[in-house]
Design a binder for this molecule. Structure first.
Ligand code: 8NA
Ligand code: MG
Ligand code: MG
Ligand code: MG
Length: 345
């Protein structure tokens, strides 16, 4: 299992570093261009390929977990703020800095408060909670613990239900990849498990908004969370249909189906799809494929890398990538520590 813990964190890291070369590219990227960069051109890089916010925040979660030796949301918030002010230029989303500033300046008892006032009370639906969540999946003992911790963690920066549910599903995807033995991936089983999670999340949200509506009837609310969340359930169902069509999928079709943007509802399904479609072949293919989708390439590749790394383990990550990306040693150290922490639980 230790090589799978390392695979998860290093997988997320190399996806971020390699994907960041193309971040924000509109439209898909030719397979030959991506593989020429990731397998050839990076050989000439003299400096380590830098990681971005995706990894910076993942490291903050690792730091908190390993220092506290437990999951603690106040400590998580503190770790995010410290990391952000130490290196604010790692490519953070445009709005999330305000959350860190409010956390630092007001030090609220409830660390989810600043995120809730973002976007007129809607909260952020960005993929920033999902992109960092893999250590939570490593640390947690059960699916229900994964969901509880991922939700709490997401709420520090992303109050929007779509941002939160994206983080939960990404964490579940990593958690469920860990015990699997490559190379015979049962795609349908993997998807059916995620469908069950998505269904439960959407039912819970509907129930909670119904009871809130009853409580608030008569009051006029100026800002409120969305009535209907994005349906990850429906999207994952589409994923199943698409995957069962076979190998002839054009990246354009995939982007049309899932999107490739900074919204969690686009990036998380795109990452899970990259794993299921190409990560079943090899770790390398899942990263190259995720990047070829274009858009938020570092984040989609990082999330696909976490899932694929959990599946394949550290040894299947190309040596070239491990030698060229910034922060691999630290990722391995964190994986070792979280592995030990979990053993003691
Ligand atoms: P965030 O919370 O700032 O969200 C990202 C962006 O999404 C915001 O700045 C808004 O533009 C938009 N957004 C989110 N919620 C709403 C809403 N309710 N209404 C209207 N607009 C909204 O940051 P984050 O942590 O979620 O962002 C993570 C992403 O940003 C990652 O991809 C990361 O790598 C980074 N990033 C992305 C790009 C890119 O071009 N794809 C470039 C630089 C940085
Ligand atoms: Mg980034
Ligand atoms: Mg990104
Ligand atoms: Mg291995």
């Amino acid at each position: 299992m230790l090589h799978k813990f390392r695979g998860t964190l290093v997988g997320a890291l190399v996806g971020d570093c390699l994907g960041s070369n193309y971040e924000g590219v509109v439209g898909t990227i030719l397979w030959g261009e991506v593989t020429d960069y990731t397998l050839n051109r990076i050989k000439d890089e003299k400096e380590p390929i830098p990681y971005t916010d995706d990894t910076a925040m993942t490291r903050a979660i690792c730091k908190s977990l390993t220092e506290e030796k437990k999951y603690d949301n106040r400590s998580m918030a503190k770790a995010f703020v410290q990391e952000f002010y130490k290196e604010p230029d790692r490519g953070y989303g445009a709005a999330v800095g305000t959350v860190f500033q409010r956390l630092r300046d007001t030090n609220p008892e409830d660390v989810t408060l600043p995120a809730r006032s973002q976007f007129d009370g809607q909260g952020s639906y960005g993929n920033g909670a999902a992109m960092r969540i893999s250590p939570v999946a490593l640390y947690s003992l059960s699916s229900s613990e994964v969901q509880k911790n991922a939700k709490e963690n997401a709420l520090i920066t992303h109050a929007h239900i779509n941002g939160v549910n994206g983080a939960i599903l990404q964490a579940e995807a990593v958690f469920r990849s860990l015990p699997l033995e490559p190379p015979n991936l049962n795609t349908d089983k993997f998807i059916d498990d995620l469908l069950e999670v998505a269904k439960k999340l959407e039912q819970e949200y509907e129930e909670s908004t119904c009871s809130e509506e009853k409580e608030n009837s008569g009051h006029v609310s100026t800002s409120s969370p969305p009535k209907k969340p994005f349906s990850y359930f429906k999207k994952i169902k589409e994923m199943k249909e698409l995957l069962n069509k076979g190998e002839t999928l054009k990246p354009e079709t995939v982007v049309e189906t899932f999107g490739n943007g900074i919204r969690a509802e686009e990036a998380v399904p795109a990452a899970i799809f990259s794993f299921l479609h190409k990560g079943r072949v090899s770790f390398q293919e899942s990263i190259n494929y995720a990047i070829s989708l274009g858009g938020d390439t570092d984040t989609i590749a990082s999330m696909a890398g976490a899932i694929s790394g959990a599946y394949w383990g550290m040894n299947e990550i190309p040596e070239l990538w491990k030698s060229k990306c910034e922060g691999v040693e630290e990722a391995v150290e964190f994986a070792n520590k979280i592995f030990e922490l979990k053993k003691e639980r």
